[in-house]
Design a binder for this molecule. Structure first.
Ligand code: AP5
Ligand code: MG
Length: 207
């Protein structure tokens, strides 16, 4: 199973991806998570990406494509779920060029107003990528490690507005691009509880 989860910032891609990967035994490849680990480690990739991420801009294609190809080469033959990649037509074309066949694209649909509320209360555990919200998880430590949760720098209101604008301008058109491809494309409502959204996704993945 080779799946892409698309959706606006804060649509719930990461939340759903973690559970899908656990249930279906897929490797989770989140370019955002990978980049945040690089930034925290002050690596060369991290240094190059940090300024773009801070402003909610896309990191240049060449950097992202190089990073994801490196990770995918180490995956072996098992299934995977791509979360946050591709985000541009050029990135999607790089998968095709590398001979990587995608079976399914799931697009989570959430209105911008809901996203702003979700992102303002998000907290994450940096090392694992586990995701929380202060409304449902007011104790700001990670369930499994007991380590503190952090707020993402790009979850400030002005940066969120920028990320949403870029999503609508550059990433949303990818849906039309994938529509032309021989794969299963599902538009799924990301409204309701994470549990409800998961049930909808699970149903289309199992079909
Ligand atoms: P990335 O980390 O991928 O951020 P994003 O796409 O903006 O998406 P998010 O991770 O913010 O949201 P999500 O959809 O995963 O939502 P989540 O599940 O956390 O990328 C960050 C940056 O890296 C980019 O801006 C860019 O600079 C760079 N980058 C990454 N990939 C790139 C690429 N391919 N090309 C170029 N640049 C790239 O949920 C959000 C909140 O809502 C949480 O608090 C969660 O608990 C809550 N929540 C989730 N589901 C529900 C629900 N159903 N009901 C209520 N609350 C919910
Ligand atoms: Mg995410």
């Amino acid at each position: 199973m080779r799946v892409i989860i698309l959706g606006a910032p804060g649509a719930g891609k990461g939340t759903q991806a973690l559970r899908l990967c656990e249930t279906f035994g897929l490797s989770h490849l989140s370019t955002g998570d990978l980049l945040r680990v690089e930034v925290a480690a002050n690596s060369l990739i991290g240094e190059q990406a940090a300024a773009f991420m801070k402003q909610g801009q896309l990191v240049p294609n060449a950097l992202i494509i190089g990073m994801i190809q490196d990770r995918m080469a180490r995956l072996g033959s098992g299934g995977f779920l791509l979360d946050g990649f591709p985000r541009t037509v050029e990135q999607a074309e790089s998968l095709e060029a590398a001979g990587i066949v995608i079976d399914q694209v799931i697009s989570l649909q959430v209105p911008d107003a809901v996203i702003i509320q979700r992102l303002s209360g998000r907290r994450i555990h940096l090392a694992s990528g586990r995701i929380y919200h202060i409304d449902s998880h007011p104790i700001l430590v990670d369930d499994q490690s007991g380590e503190p949760l952090v707020q993402r720098e790009d979850d400030q209101a002005d940066v969120v507005a920028n990320r949403l604008k870029i999503y609508h301008q550059i990433t949303e058109p990818l849906m039309d691009w994938y529509q032309q491809k021989p794969l299963k494309l599902s538009r799924i409502s990301g409204l309701g509880t994470a549990e409800e959204v998961y049930s909808r996704i699970e149903a289309v993945v199992q079909e």
